[in-house]
Write a protein of this length. Structure first.
Length: 86
C-alpha cells in the first residue's frame, strides 16, 4: 500500500512539472512543441516515478523485479509439495 501511495504522489508531482515545462515551451516556442514536450515528459513520468518508488522503498535497484523473493517463494512451494508427497 505504501508503494501505491508513493507512486501516486510521484506521478502527480511529475504531471505538474510536465505541465509547467510544457506550458513554458508552448509560450516560448510554439503550441505544437509545447504539446510534444508535455506529452513526452508526461509519459516518461510514469517510468521515472516507478523507479523512484523502488529506490525509496528498497534503497537500491538490485532487486527491482522481486526475483529473490520469487525464487524463495518457489523453493518453499517445492519443499511443501515434496513434503506432502513423501
Amino acid at each position: 500500500m505504501k508503494a501505491l501511495i508513493l507512486y501516486t504522489v510521484f506521478v502527480v508531482i511529475g504531471a505538474v512539472i510536465s505541465a509547467v515545462i510544457g506550458y513554458y515551451a508552448e509560450r516560448e516556442i510554439s503550441e505544437a512543441v509545447g504539446l510534444v514536450v508535455f506529452l513526452s515528459l508526461f509519459f516518461l513520468n510514469f517510468a521515472v516515478s516507478w523507479v523512484a518508488v523502488i529506490l525509496v522503498i528498497d534503497r537500491s535497484l538490485s532487486n527491482a523485479y522481486g526475483r529473490a523473493e520469487q525464487i524463495a517463494i518457489e523453493r518453499q512451494g517445492r519443499a511443501a509439495i515434496s513434503g506432502r508427497a513423501g
